[in-house]
Design a protein around this ligand. Sequence first.
Ligand code: TRP
Length: 346
Amino acid sequence: MADTPKAQFKPRVFSGIQPSGGLTLGNYLGAIKRFVDMQDSGIETIYCVVDMHAITTWQDPEALRRQTRELAAGYLAAGLDPAKSILFNQSQVSAHAELGWVFNCVARMGWMNRMTQWKDKTAGKNAEAESLGLFAYPSLMAADILLYHATHVPVGEDQKQHLELTRDIAAKFNHDYGVDFFPLTEPVIEGAATRVMSLRDGSRKMSKSDPSDQSRINMSDDADTIARKIRRARTDSEPLPSEARGLEHRPEARNLVNIYAALADRPVDRVLAEFGGRPFSEFKPQLADLAVARLAPISAEMARLMDNEDEIDRILSRGAARAREITAPVLRATYDIIGMVGPKRI
Ligand code: TRP
């Protein structure tokens, strides 16, 4: 082993979030709320709006700017405290792109070819016409994580393979250069996120791309709209069961109960203990009240922030400055290891 100082890292939560725009209740319960809840865990929390990943497929520049700010506004409105968490957009911290390039030279074509997300995204399409960036997407993601030695990476199941690849890249880097620099930490994949399903079809994910606006609750919906969508949500005609097992073949019922439990921060069993045996005509108004109570203040604050872009931009810039303080020494040490001549005082 070469005599390289081991990077000094401390436990950290890091996650990258795509600025895909049009935030729904699914984004809120599946990611935003969980991430915000983690900022009080005592571990440093870093959330990166991955605009560099976003451009692996075509993005209209105006839309990308809006979506980046909207996502940041969603987090802030949901309670992300910039004094506790670092929130920034990836392109403001050039170390991500730089380490991503180094990792492009570490990762092998064969590894990337085996990524199921790449295979899924190109299935039935002409892979030859996809961007090189889309293919290399996972090595930029590895750079995101390893720049911070994130020990907790809350992501969904679908990102597990990318996290394994991150370990492979760290291991090959260490091996090729004879160092023990990048940690092979086993990132913690957080337990199953609440999967919020369409209000019109309990077997499909709630999605901003569903043609029916009735199928989803948008984080920008006002109180009346939220309440109306819940009242009209599809259900079956049975009363609610008193145990979770009774939801097994009732996807619409299960979805509404899951949403209630997540919004109320209560286990499903406790929700059913309360509502078991009661009809949807009694459950839905309670769910609507709860959803409005939780979401209306968030959507109002999002709207306020979106009218104050400067405020959002300042928070992102400050977050980026803090991120650069963490990443600059890690990138410099990486460059030293691989033989890049560094800056000298002139
Ligand atoms: N690929 C992740 C997703 O689609 C987003 C992401 C980019 C990410 N970089 C990351 C997640 C680093 C966790 C850590 O959800």
